[in-house]
Ligand binder design. Structure first.
Ligand code: BTN
Length: 272
């Protein structure tokens, strides 16, 4: 099966210096993020992928559906950034993932703040960053990515039906997973190197803002306390927070709210 995830094929195609070393592919796991966080034998640069994930974690405490064809993988990082800038890891990952997909498959992908990849308004991938930190330093970050590669159009159930897409759906053919993953890891390594380098996050944030379909739009903001407001999204700041203008005309910084582009998009969050 040329489209199955094979660690040998990924390693053969892998041109990275540090990301994907080691690369671990499990047949089945509850959550690659959980496993990557708990396996302290996996250090900076390790990638843990799975052929099946039974209890995937999504953003805001949701579960993440992984039907056949969706590829879950998690990256272990020890980033040199302070805990209050952790959101930058998610945003940099969105930029690297869109770079990798565009370079390998010539497919243009949008970003919805903070962590969704969309094509034609439907969710192609989600990113969940988790970390163990002390007050000054992130000790261990795990960046989990769920990418709908060869997922069938009807595979998502419940409220997610019709709200997601896959590379196969967009391109009209099955996509071999191993070379795709190798290319994505190269693009991610480049963006993490840039984040750690002298130029810092600003150029990554510029690329993020160019691809971010949330900006300039009226958005529905749902917060953990249950409040729902319609705001205007007008920027992403240097920490990765979304800047919105509230109905009262005040500017606020959002870090973790659910932001939907329209009522129809509201439930697409958490889609696998
Ligand atoms: C979202 O809610 O959009 C984020 C979804 C992230 C899912 C991925 S799949 C691989 C990794 N392991 C998990 O349990 N979750 C992330």
């Amino acid at each position: 099966m040329p489209e199955a995830l094979s660690p040998h094929e990924v390693r053969a195609a892998l041109a990275t210096r540090w990301l994907g070393h080691p690369l671990v592919v499990l047949d089945r796991v509850d959550s690659t993020n959980r496993a990557a966080m708990e396996d302290t034998g996996l250090g900076h640069g390790a990638v843990l992928a799975a052929r099946r994930q039974t209890a995937g974690k999504g953003r805001m405490g949701r579960t993440w559906q992984v039907p056949d064809g969706t590829v879950p993988f998690s990256l272990v990082l020890a980033p040199q950034i302070s805990p209050d800038r952790m959101q930058l890891l998610t945003l940099a990952t969105a930029v690297g993932l869109t770079d990798g997909i565009r370079e390998h498959l010539h497919l243009s992908v949008d970003i919805k703040w903070p962590n969704d990849l969309l094509v034609d308004g439907k969710k192609l991938a989600g990113i969940l960053t988790e970390a163990r930190s002390d007050p000054d330093r992130i000790m261990r970050a795990v960046v989990g990515i769920g990418l709908n590669v060869n997922t069938d159009a009807g595979a998502m159930t419940g409220e997610l039906a019709g709200r997601t897409t896959s590379l196969k759906t967009m391109l009209g053919r099955r996509v071999p997973v191993s070379p795709l993953l190798a290319n994505i890891l190269s693009a991610l390594e480049a963006v993490y190197d840039e984040l750690a380098g002298a130029s810092g996050p600003e150029q990554i944030l510029e690329r993020y803002r160019e691809r971010c379909v949330t900006l300039g739009r009226e958005v529905t903001v749902r917060e953990r306390n249950g409040s729902v407001r319609t705001c205007r999204a007008n920027g992403v700041d240097g920490h990765g927070a979304l800047l919105v203008i509230t109905p009262e005309g005040k500017q606020e910084r959002l870090f973790s709210a659910d932001v939907s582009l329209s009522a129809r998009d509201a439930l697409a969050e958490g889609a696998g």
